[in-house]
Design a protein around this ligand. Structure first.
Ligand SMILES: NC(=O)c1ccc[n+]([C@@H]2O[C@H](COP(=O)([O-])OP(=O)(O)OC[C@H]3O[C@@H](n4cnc5c(N)ncnc54)[C@H](OP(=O)(O)O)[C@@H]3O)[C@@H](O)[C@H]2O)c1
Length: 253
């Protein structure tokens, strides 16, 4: 990854939505430790954001935190403006913020549907729209959208979530074509079951059953998702666009 070097004195700046917890925190950590400044977004958990920024800053990494709801276009525009005002540039956008509201379609309300689509899919659109002209103007940008294996396979009780994550793949492939000649790449990382608070809270018997379907035989680590993001944002990853990298232990084979 390009950070601060003799030939490139300008530090890369990453904006990571939901960048203070779970997978997002691992992405923030990996990019910040690689030398980029990371602007980590959060919506409600200011404590987690402050703690992560404090920990990484103590290591000498460069991190700022920015509150905003990705489901609100005005918040997305404000967060992007904050980062541009403070750092002067945004090179990487990682659309990681996401929620679940799991119910079968018969029980799912219109509100349940829209809540998930609004944050997981529209949120990525709002953030991207806020930053895109800046990236194309710089003739450089890396956009990574965190999809899910569920967007590729579907899952009982997750029609809203699966639609949002499949939608991110279609969104990424379309945008990738629109900006391919402007130095901006757009890709997805599709995680399988990752050991975050959400998954760790599952009953052991449910977890055990779930793991029988994972060829690698274990949960993934958030750092393993971060590694794929790191790969995609590299200066030398400019020929990878419109791709979906599965990091799922072989779950969909
Ligand atoms: N864990 C898995 O196994 C797995 C598998 C496949 C895909 N994924 C995807 O990976 C991403 C991260 O998942 P995770 O497991 O790390 O989830 P998580 O621990 O629940 O974290 C979700 C993150 O999204 C942020 N967020 C939620 N609503 C938001 C909003 N309206 N505006 C801005 N930020 C918001 C949260 O910020 P606050 O804390 O401030 O609310 C938090 O940082 C999600 O997109 C998820 O769908 C996860």
């Amino acid at each position: 990854m390009t950070a601060i070097t003799d030939t490139n004195p300008e530090q890369r700046v990453a904006l990571v939505t939901g960048g203070a917890r779970g997978i997002g925190a691992a992405i923030t950590t990996a990019l910040a430790r690689s030398g980029a400044h990371v602007a980590a977004g959060y919506s409600s958990n200011a404590k987690a954001a402050g703690e992560l920024a404090g920990k990484l800053s103590a290591e000498g990494a460069s991190v700022s935190v920015h509150q905003g709801n990705v489901g609100e276009p005005a918040d997305c525009e404000r967060v992007v403006s904050e980062v541009l005002d403070q750092r002067g540039r945004i090179d990487y956008l990682v659309n990681n913020a996401g929620i679940t509201v799991d119910k079968t379609v018969r029980k799912m309300s219109v509100e349940d549907w829209h809540a998930v689509l609004r944050i997981n899919l529209s949120g990525a659109f709002y953030m991207t729209k806020a930053v895109l002209d800046h990236m194309t103007g710089n003739s450089f940008g890396r956009i990574v959208n965190i999809s899910s294996v569920i967007g590729q396979t579907g899952s009982v009780g997750q029609a809203n979530y699966a639609s949002s994550k499949a939608g991110l793949i279609g969104f990424s492939k379309s945008l990738a074509q629109e900006v391919a000649r402007k130095g901006v790449t757009v890709n997805c990382v599709a995680p399988g079951y990752i050991e975050t608070e959400m998954v760790a809270a599952m009953p052991p018997e449910v977890l055990e059953k779930l793991l029988t379907g994972v060829p690698v035989g274990r949960l993934g680590q958030a750092s393993e998702i971060a590694r794929a993001v790191q790969f995609l944002v590299d200066d030398e990853a400019g020929y990878i666009t419109g791709s979906v990298i599965s990091v799922n232990g072989g779950l969909d084979m």
